[in-house]
Design a protein around this ligand. Structure first.
Ligand code: PMP
Length: 369
C-alpha cells in the first residue's frame, strides 16, 4: 500500500475517528491486539472469555492484576483490593450499606453531577449531610467543610466527569474518606493515609465495563448493614478473594493487560504527567482564544481528565460539534445536564488524537471568531 501523502498525515482525519467519549476510554492499540490474541481459540488452551473462575489460570490472572495495581498505586498491606460487579453506580449504594455501621449520618461533598447521584442513592439508606457544595466552578477548602465527626464517612468525587471539576490533594479529615475515583484512578498518585475506601469502574482508565475496583482499609470491613446482599458485602468478598460468585472474567483479562501496559509505559507518574500535559495544552488554547472559549471551572479545580468548556456564543456550539465530527473528532458534546463541550483524556487516549483536537479548537476559533 502506498504511504499516505504528507497532506493526509497532517489532516486531523488521517487516523480518525478519534473518540473523546467520557463514558469509556479507548484501549491502547497494544492492549487491543493482546486482547484479540487472548480471545483466539488455540489448540490446548481455553480462550480468555471462557476461562473458568475456579481454575488456577484465573486465580493467577486475578493475583497478577492485583499485584500490578498494588505496585502502580503503592497500596499499603492494610488495604484490601476487591473486584466487584455493578459499576460505580452500585458502589453508590454499597458504600453506605458497608460503612454506615449502624450510624444514621453520612457526609457528602457535592462537587457536581456524580456526587449528587451518589448522594441520592445514599439517602435511601442513611441521613445525608452535605458538607460542602460547588458553586460557579468553585468549592470551599476542606478546612471550611461543615463535617460532623459523628458521620460514618465523608464521600467525595475526586473527578467530576460531567462538570470538569477535579479535587487536588485529598483532604485530611477525621472520619473515613470514601472516594469515587471512577474517572481518575490511575491518573494521579494517591496518598493512602487519607483514604478509607476508593472505588472506580474499570471502563475509563483501567479496562472495560463489567469490573469495579474497590480499595478498602481493612479496619473498615465488617461494618455492613445485615440486609446487605452477600455478594455486595465487602468483608464477605474480601474473605472469598472476590470470588464469592463468578467474577467478570473477560473484563478482568482486559484490566490485567491494561495495568501491564500502564506499568510498561512509566506507571502513575507518566500517566499523571501525560494528563497534565494534554489538559495543559488544551486549557492554554482555550485561555489563548481571546474569550472565544470559556472554561466554567476555577483554574485550581480544572480537571486534567475531563476538561469542559463553552463557546462564548452558544449558537456556535452545534456548529463546533458538527465540524469536529466531520474532522473525525467525535463524542465531544457536554453532559446533557451540563451542556457545552467536554473532552476526555483517559490514559488510553492517543497523543495524535490530542494534537488533532487542539489544532481543531484553535482553527475553529480563528475561522469563526
Ligand atoms: N462516578 C463517576 C465519577 C462517573 O464518571 C461515572 C460514569 N461516568 C459513574 C460514577 C457511574 O459509573 P457506572 O456507569 O460504572 O455505574
Amino acid at each position: 500500500m502506498a504511504p499516505p501523502c504528507s497532506a493526509d498525515v497532517m489532516s486531523p482525519a488521517a487516523h480518525a475517528p478519534y473518540s473523546f467519549s467520557a463514558a469509556a476510554g479507548p484501549l491502547p492499540a497494544e492492549v487491543a491486539a493482546e486482547l484479540a490474541e487472548a480471545c483466539r481459540p488455540r489448540r490446548g488452551e481455553i480462550p480468555a472469555p471462557c476461562v473458568p473462575f475456579t481454575s488456577a489460570a484465573y486465580r493467577r490472572l486475578q493475583e497478577e492484576t492485583e499485584a500490578s495495581l498494588r505496585r502502580l498505586l503503592g497500596i499499603p498491606q492494610h488495604f484490601r483490593v476487591l473486584f466487584m460487579h455493578g459499576g460505580a453506580s452500585t458502589q453508590f449504594a454499597l458504600v453506605p450499606l458497608n460503612l454506615a455501621n449502624g450510624r444514621r449520618l453520612v457526609a457528602y461533598v457535592d462537587s457536581g453531577h456524580w456526587s449528587r447521584r451518589a448522594m441520592a442513592e445514599a439517602a435511601r439508606y442513611a441521613e445525608v449531610a452535605v458538607v460542602a457544595q460547588a458553586r460557579d466552578g468553585m468549592l470551599p477548602e476542606p478546612s471550611r467543610w461543615r463535617l460532623d465527626p459523628r458521620a460514618a464517612y465523608c464521600h467525595i468525587t475526586t473527578n467530576e466527569t460531567a462538570d470538569g471539576l477535579q479535587l487536588g490533594e485529598l483532604p485530611a479529615i477525621d472520619v473515613p474518606l470514601a472516594a469515587d475515583m471512577s474517572s481518575d484512578l490511575l491518573t494521579r498518585p494517591l496518598d493512602f493515609s487519607r483514604i478509607g475506601v476508593a472505588y472506580a469502574a474499570a471502563q475509563k482508565n483501567l479496562g472495560v465495563a463489567g469490573l469495579t475496583v474497590v480499595i478498602v482499609r481493612e479496619d473498615l470491613l465488617g461494618r455492613a448493614h445485615p440486609a446487605t446482599p452477600r455478594v455486595m458485602n465487602y468483608a464477605a468478598q474480601a474473605e472469598a478473594d472476590s470470588r464469592l460468585n463468578t467474577p467478570p472474567v473477560l473484563a478482568m483479562t482486559v484490566t490485567h493487560r491494561m495495568l501491564r501496559w500502564t506499568e510498561a509505559n512509566g506507571g502513575i507518574d507518566a500517566m499523571a504527567h501525560a494528563a497534565a500535559r494534554r489538559s495543559g495544552a488544551l486549557y492554554a488554547a482555550l485561555d489563548g482564544s481571546g474569550g472565544f472559549y470559556r472554561c466554567p471551572v476555577a483554574t485550581l479545580l480544572r480537571s486534567r481528565i475531563n476538561p469542559c468548556f463553552r463557546l462564548a456564543d452558544p449558537d456556535l456550539t452545534e456548529r463546533f460539534l458538527e465540524e469536529a465530527a466531520a474532522a473525525g473528532l467525535t463524542d465531544l458534546r457536554g453532559h446533557p445536564q451540563v451542556g457545552g463541550v467536554r473532552v476526555s483524556f483517559y490514559n488510553g487516549v492517543d497523543d495524535a488524537a490530542v494534537a488533532a483536537l487542539i489544532s481543531f479548537v484553535e482553527d475553529f476559533a480563528r475561522r469563526r471568531g
